[in-house]
Design a protein. Structure first.
Lengths: 344, 344
């Protein structure tokens, strides 16, 4: 089987995916009888390129890594923007990893909608489309017999959503509780190590975890978007990030951290979704946890989620040592499950 | 779709499965358009019953719960033993949850082989067939276009093997490390709480976790069988439990435990499988772990496993609050994935 892949975005995650596809080319052929071409790449600031015969992926990496634009690789009539790219690029699956505004879910939601309307399978690492339009987009995918997978939106490549599809069958998820934002967890760890708040943020920025403007993380927006993804997909909720009872960590002080440790616990930014009758309520809040709680030991950039169901009482996933390859791997697995036809 | 189910064994797990099937009857019909009959139950000490029209499952539970035999429910010519039962019972899937000799994998391995040879799908909660004959039995299943699933053999219903099938695609598992035996973990927790070794064992027996003869657990046999299942299935190894470098916890003293705590850590019975070139080496050993290790916080009857792959660096699953329903649920999920045709 041969698959044509188009990529939206060519930032850290998408380039890690390109490298992973190159590294796994032989494995895909040997284990899945699968060959592929990347027929297009669309970026926000590096131009775009379509080549129906398949782009030279190593050359595309070299160009962007050295700060050049992709347009030199383009074949055919010019495309003005990403929506035109989606309409023009001959592809079977679109791998979407563009920039996200967590307060609107755009422009990624429009991209995913257009791709599904054009009959393309979609794999996205982007929380926005799932947090803002899961019901609409998954219905659209079903209508068009397309896969719409998004493992990498929460906990990078850790298979929390795959577990939902393949292992949480005929069960009711009653509660989800997790540490889902790396920046805030790293800042809280920094505070425990004695840094001031500003120094802890600067340190998280220095290692490339926190963004230049870290407010979406520190104010709990990123975490809110993620708990909404989990609540909507695993609990059948229909929440939006604005529905989340959200408190960030900007008011947490070194004194709070010391007091938490003195009481044999830690403060963690906990995302939670709880079923209450027919409703699901979601929150993001800094909470004191005792050392006996598994989530208390999720430090630095690790993330974790505990699922409580009516059959599996406590199932916790912890992911450590993440990097862009981990996220890219979740996208690769999604693509392989689509290729295997497991997207119904 | 309608499925006929036969059950081998009617102990704690199989009866929990029967109750779960009754509790989930409406859910299975509504969510999976699936109805079922249990057409046969074979036990070691309570007789057996086959009814092609479907047994009364509640009556079967009532009989065994009150110490009676199942034979009163049997329709048709008598069957002398479990192998005859497998040949005679009209069924689509055999749910196997019989007693295991961890040093031979029998008689369960013979039962699974006979069931697959008869063209039945097999779901087993029994580690023996997988630890002693995984390659043979999975090849036999493929030949006969049958499913052969065994999620509940390791960590009860936690989807560690499902993750292997659905989420660890095109990747290499380099190391597996886990706490997989409840009895030894509960005994070690008891020692930490100040009990003597014998009192800790007695306490584990009193809550129904340790068996009357707990030597298979305390000497690390159960853990060895489980790490072999994981190594063979997730790492492509071909080990037997006898190949495992196995040390139990019978020599651990309260003094050892105190020393471990004084060094800010704990002693845990750690199962490990490590890829070394073309080989996979497996061990079961009591090991001191620092408090920073997630496995250090897996206490009492919780279990956990950390997978290290070439794409996901550290993925840990922790399961807490297990009971026979948790194990039975793993069997139900296996059965549903077979019904959905996802067994290739």
């Amino acid at each position: 089987m041969h698959i044509r892949i188009a990529m939206l975005g060519y930032g850290k995650v998408a380039r890690a995916l390109a490298r992973l596809l190159l590294r796994k080319t032989d494995t895909l052929r040997q284990e899945y009888d699968l060959t592929f071409d990347v027929t297009g790449i669309a970026t926000r600031s590096r131009g775009s390129a379509i080549d129906p015969a398949g782009l030279d992926l190593e050359e595309a990496l070299r160009l962007v890594d050295s700060g050049d634009r992709l347009d030199a690789l383009h074949q055919g009539p010019p495309v003005a923007d990403t929506l035109e790219f989606i309409a023009a690029c001959p592809t079977d699956v679109i791998m979407e990893a563009t920039w996200l505004n967590p307060q609107t879910g755009q422009p990624a939601t429009d991209y995913v909608r257009a791709a599904l309307q054009a009959g393309r399978h979609v794999v996205t690492a982007n929380k926005g489309p799932v947090a803002y339009a899961y019901r609409e987009l998954s219905a659209l995918a079903r209508q068009n017999n397309c896969g719409f997978f998004f493992e990498s939106t929460v906990m990078d490549g850790a298979p929390v959503l795959g577990i939902g599809r393949e292992a949480l069958l005929a069960t009711t998820v009653n509660r989800i509780r997790g540490i889902l934002n790396s920046t805030t967890n790293l800042v809280l760890t920094g505070l425990e190590e004695g840094l001031t708040f500003d120094a802890a943020v600067a340190s998280a920025q220095a290692v490339g975890v926190a963004e230049a403007n870290p407010s979406n993380d520190l104010e709990g927006w990123d975490a809110a978007v993620k708990i909404v993804v989990l609540a909507n997909v695993l609990m059948g909720a229909d929440l939006r990030p604005q529905d989340v009872d959200r408190v960030g960590i900007t008011d947490i002080t070194g004194e709070d951290i010391k007091a938490a440790i003195a009481e044999k616990g830690r403060i963690k930014l906990i995302c939670e979704a709880v079923r209450e009758g027919d409703l699901v309520r979601a929150s993001v809040r800094p909470i004191w946890l005792p050392l006996s709680d598994p989530l208390c030991h999720v430090s630095r950039t690790s993330s974790a989620v505990t699922l409580e169901t009516d059959t599996l009482h406590h199932l916790t996933l912890v992911e450590g040592d993440t990097d862009p390859t981990t996220t890219a791997y979740g996208m690769l697995v999604d693509m392989l499950n689509i290729v295997r036809g497991r997207f119904d």
